[in-house]
Design a protein around this ligand. Structure first.
Ligand code: ADP
Length: 297
């Protein structure tokens, strides 16, 4: 398939992942134990790794569905609305009797975020719901804000069905050996890669010893590394002035899933993901910062 022109066939991406309302408040400093600090007004934005990834893929033109859960509350309606506005299919997003997931985000003047996630409804996504959703999918993209047994069942079922499997190991946690071995693409940032490789700080190529067919390591402003049996390929990022890096990793994951579903090879897919994520960091927020396909050209 021709790359560089960014021509897209309809892609079939299933994202198994979280949907959270991001509640963002700026404060001069974060409260310590037993302390109360007054901050600014709360901004409520649609987020969660799964929803962000699905929206990013949709912005690039993928035919994408999210499999997840929200509560029957205002945050759940906000998330469903933002998914639908972006063109993400929501027939596999269940409305359950738990509160929608919330990420409580404190931003201090040094630009640092601290985030407390209440998974809520995301924890109601059980392993048995995945099977029926895989029909017609070319790529499964998942991450670790959904219960691990569900993520592992999704990877296993997708792999058995010949669907390309991609796991963003974020937030970082141990996953089973058989899950890692069933991955076509293990996606990590440098911090997660360091955690996987251990103190020895082995070369990135050692990520393949864990079992995946390929690994992609995102490196912030330096772009990404693609690790395959053929070697390590460096993909550099266009130089941008970052405004807000929230959701950059999810932007990258969604763009990568879209390209792979369209049959683009891994290195070319990573080139597009790097460009897409670079645009996203020049704008505020996660989902609202994701460019449309036309803006990438
Ligand atoms: P995460 O957001 O998961 O910590 P990274 O910081 O590696 O992961 O960012 C993911 C991707 O977002 C990078 O590979 C890059 O494409 C893009 N990105 C992040 N920060 C910047 C930046 N300062 N300038 C350009 N691109 C960036």
């Amino acid at each position: 398939m021709g790359h560089g022109t960014l021509d897209h066939v309809t892609a079939q991406v299933l994202v198994v992942g979280s949907a959270n309302a991001d509640l963002i408040v700026a404060a001069d400093r974060r409260p310590g134990g037993g302390e109360t600090v007054l901050g600014g007004d709360t901004r409520t934005l649609p987020g969660g790794k799964g929803a962000n990834t699905a929206v990013a893929a949709a912005r690039l033109g993928a035919d994408v569905a999210l499999l997840g859960a929200v509560g029957d509350d205002a945050n759940g309606r906000l998330l469903l609305g933002s998914l639908r506005d972006a063109g993400v299919r929501t027939e596999f997003v269940r409305v359950v009797e738990r509160p929608t997931g919330v990420a409580y985000i404190t931003v201090t003047p040094d630009g640092e975020n601290s985030i407390l996630v209440s998974p809520g409804a995301n924890h109601a996504v059980a392993p048995d719901v995945v099977d029926g959703a895989l029909e017609g999918a070319r790529v499964l993209a998942t991450s670790l804000e959904t219960p691990l047994p569900t993520v592992e069942a999704a990877v296993s079922a997708a792999s058995a069905a010949g669907v390309l499997t991609m796991l963003n190991l974020s937030p970082v946690a141990s996953v089973g050996e058989s899950t890692l071995a069933a991955l076509d693409v293990l996606l990590v940032n440098e911090h997660e890669a360091g955690w996987l490789l251990g103190e020895s700080r082995e070369k990135e190529s050692a990520l393949l010893d864990l079992g995946p067919r390929a690994a992609v390591v995102t490196r912030g402003a330096r772009g990404a590394l693609v690790v395959t049996a053929d070697g390590v390929t460096e993909v550099s990022s266009p130089k941008v002035t970052p405004v807000d890096t929230t959701g950059a990793g999810d932007a990258f994951a969604g763009a990568l899933a879209c390209e792979l579903a369209g049959g683009v090879d891994l290195v070319a897919s990573v080139r597009t993901a790097v460009r897409f994520a670079a645009v996203s960091v020049t704008r505020a927020g996660a989902q609202p910062s994701y460019p449309a396909l036309s803006e990438l050209e």
